[in-house]
Design a binder for this molecule. Sequence first.
Ligand code: CP
Length: 336
Amino acid sequence: MTEIENQKSKIENLAPRTWTRKHLLGLEDLSAEEILAVLDTARTLTEVSRRSIKKVPALRGKVCVNLFFEDSTRTKTSFSLAAQRLSADVLDFSVSTSSVSKGETLRDTARNIEAMGVDAIIIRHKSSGAPHLLARPGGVNCSVINAGDGSHEHPTQGLLDLFTIREHRHLKTEASGLKPFSALHVAIVGDIANSRVARSNIHGLAKLGAKITLVGPATLVPGDFKKLYPDHITISHDLDSVLPTVDVVNMLRIQFERLTSAAFPSVREYSRFFGLTKTRLAAAKKDLLILHPGPMNRGLEITSDVADSANSAILQQVANGLAVRMAVLYLCVGRP
Ligand code: CP
């Protein structure tokens, strides 16, 4: 067997029986077993990025298109790199110079791109439900991967956050059955109402058994999630009382572009009550894991010294995003 055949056969053995999906639209749709199948596959694929030749042939001959209607640094770059590491051809579609400016619809744009022989469309759109529109009958026939739809979901961010927590806390499925996060308390802090990252995290964490406290001003913390996961979710408006009790804190970006009205009196006041500072960190558990999806508003939801502290896993999240996106592409596109 040649080296390439050997690598291909190793990758092809990564075929969790639990995953049969062609699309990844959100974590709300997934079972705990499916989420763990992605995390297990990602763990195996991290090895590829440590090789001198960082490539495996799992998606050789496949074509993946990045169709981003909103800006991105992390997600778009890491999907491109993930597809390339799996040997797929990658096309970065530029919305701003496309015929979208002439009024072409999302469905027509996607169907025309698919007609060129595309196997996966990775879509980010400002409208919640845009990926679902493409994945349903009458949309496209190829795989659709949601890279963030409005304030609805950002499933690969949710998965990479779960992966980062799991690797950091050594939460192995084998040791803990199907609820490996059951002893874990996670605070999600900030603009939960407008955050697709919060939604995907909440679905994923609750399905894996974690206790979650949603923290923020009343205007930014809706009550719906508590109704959906009453056994898992608590709501608080007092970060100082929550912080010493949690193992992980996920600090959300204030999304000024999605706020429809003034959700808090001033940025200074928001920082005072809900910003993660060195003073607040001093009252937390010593091994508190700090997450932030990026991009950060340094000095607003998190201070620079905390973002760059030893407790911060922010750049680790970005590194893990690559393995998680390789796993998602492999599971949705690369299997017979
Ligand atoms: N976390 C995240 O989605 O970052 P980007 O907007 O840069 O992709």
